[in-house]
Design a protein around this ligand. Structure first.
Ligand SMILES: [Zn+2]
Length: 66
């Protein structure tokens, strides 16, 4: 009698590490958009100016920050 082995190769569930890495990634992405209320943002396009730069103009649309 032959057993029915149609599911001989079950899918491996994602490892805990994969899940954590994924969560970290999305958390970082989410955090970067909301990081620091002090971050200057372009009044024209809303792009955030990196805090540790002396950019005078928006990197994306060249709108002056000041
Ligand atoms: Zn801009």
């Amino acid at each position: 009698m032959k057993p029915d082995n149609s599911e001989e190769q079950p899918k491996k569930p994602p490892s805990l590490q994969d899940i954590l890495a994924n969560a970290m990634k999305s958390a970082v992405d989410y955090g970067s958009t909301k990081a620091g209320l002090e971050t200057k943002t372009c009044s024209n396009c809303g792009a955030a100016r990196p805090a540790d730069t002396n950019l005078q103009f928006c990197d994306y649309c060249n709108n002056p920050f000041y």
